[in-house]
Design a protein around this ligand. Structure first.
Ligand SMILES: Nc1ncnc2c1ncn2[C@@H]1O[C@H](COP(=O)(O)OP(=O)(O)OP(=O)(O)O)[C@@H](O)[C@H]1O
Ligand SMILES: [Mg+2]
Length: 368
């Protein structure tokens, strides 16, 4: 049970607002949103109709101009780009939107070919690459059909093939599996996961389809133009599993644990660094996600090693619960990743679960 190493940032949204209409009729669709997505992550966006999901997705895709705030794609700022620069930006992206935008006069193969023609692929390979992509979405026998002779779900799969064929570094999808049956939907999800794993493709999907949740790394929930939660699925599971071992948290429900996990901050330490020091005021509780640490205490002017804590262990709760200075020093033996919870959030969690106070007093004797 270990965490992946830190990855480069693919999408950085900061203080993003968006307005539709002018004057009295002006309506704010997005309110001060922040979002960080790493390379190779699959992020699902959910939320009620009208909550701003498509608006956010089209802004990230440079299909609309940023009015207020910032969006950076792999470090490049979208705010202030002119229309020509926006078109250039979009060439690196794959879009799967509700309106498929397939060209009616062209066959499925030709629609996919159009995307390949924008790249350095040799002309002689166009058809082979297009057919292979169509086959991977289950349309090997429909390559020469025009959109009007395909079902809604088949058209959607052509649009998906076209979006994925160039292995773009970022794929933006709005309800990509809505019109698909179980098998086709699962197939598309599998393709997206493969691109993310093998090519570092970043994927943002608006969906209510629970089948997709199983392949996602994170779920972002929007309500009324606000991102109200941003859950890192795997990390949250790792943190919850560690918290469950901690007497303070072990009786909590999965949803309470998830709330706590979401309030925790990832921190990285180099070998030999001190995370907490004897005598300091305790301000955080820690769980170790990766690496190991030495615990030392000072007595009679000498430093004595008392324990080694590693992956899945926790520390720092005693000073918070007793409101006393740290009674031990924690130093890393190797690169260490911890998740920390502020004293305020830690005490709030303990307080809402009154019964834990009893367990804690027992624990404090065993971990003094
Ligand atoms: N072009 C537009 N002009 C004016 N208002 C718009 C425009 N596009 C969206 N809105 C408004 O902005 C808000 C967010 O719309 P958006 O399309 O982003 O919602 P959504 O979360 O994608 O909803 P759905 O799940 O129904 O697709 C809505 O209140 C909508 O009415
Ligand atoms: Mg929408």
């Amino acid at each position: 049970m270990s965490l992946p190493p830190p990855r480069e940032v693919a999408i950085q949204v900061t203080g993003l607002n968006h307005f539709f209409g002018k004057g009295d009729a002006q309506k704010q669709a997005l309110h001060a949103n922040d979002l960080t997505v790493h390379r190779g992550e699959i992020v699902i966006m959910t939320g009620p109709s009208g909550s701003g999901k498509t608006t956010l997705l089209t802004l990230i895709g440079a299909l609309r101009s940023v009015q207020s705030g910032s969006i950076k794609l792999a470090g490049t700022e979208l705010a202030g780009l002119n229309p020509v620069q926006q078109v250039e930006m979009r060439r690196n992206l794959g879009f799967i939107f509700q309106a498929h935008n397939l060209l009616d006069g062209l066959t499925a193969r030709q629609n996919v070919r159009m995307a390949i023609e924008l790249t350095a692929t040799p002309r002689a390979d166009y058809d082979r690459v297009a057919d292979a992509m169509l086959a991977s979405v289950g349309l090997a026998d429909r390559a020469s059909y025009k959109p009007r002779n395909l079902s809604g779900g088949q058209r959607q799969r052509v649009a998906i093939a076209r979006a994925l064929v160039n292995k773009p570094r970022l794929i933006l999808a709005d309800e990509p599996t809505a019109a698909l049956d179980k098998d086709s939907g699962a197939n598309v999800v599998h393709l997206l996961r493969e691109l993310a794993n093998h090519h570092g493709t970043t994927v943002m999907i608006v969906t209510h389809d629970s089948r997709i949740i199983s392949v996602a790394d994170r779920i972002v929930n929007m309500i009324d133009g606000h991102i109200v939660s941003d859950v890192r699925i795997k990390e949250t599971m790792v943190i919850c599993a560690i918290l469950k071992k901690c007497p303070v948290f072990k009786e909590m429900s999965p949803s309470d644990l998830t709330d706590i996990a979401q309030k925790m901050t990832e921190e990285h330490f180099a070998p030999g660094e001190t995370i907490i020091r004897t005598g300091d005021i305790g301000d955080k509780f820690y769980v170790i996600a990766r690496g190991s640490t030495d615990i030392t205490v000072e007595s009679a002017g000498a430093t004595r090693a008392v324990a080694k804590l590693g992956e899945g262990d926790f520390f720092g709760e005693v000073a918070l619960l007793r409101d006393q200075p740290r009674n031990a020093t924690v130093t890393t033996r190797e690169p260490v990743v911890v998740y920390s919870l502020s004293k305020e959030n830690f005490l709030a969690a303990v307080k809402t679960h009154k019964s834990f106070e009893d367990q804690m007093s027992t624990m404090l004797f065993t971990r003094a």
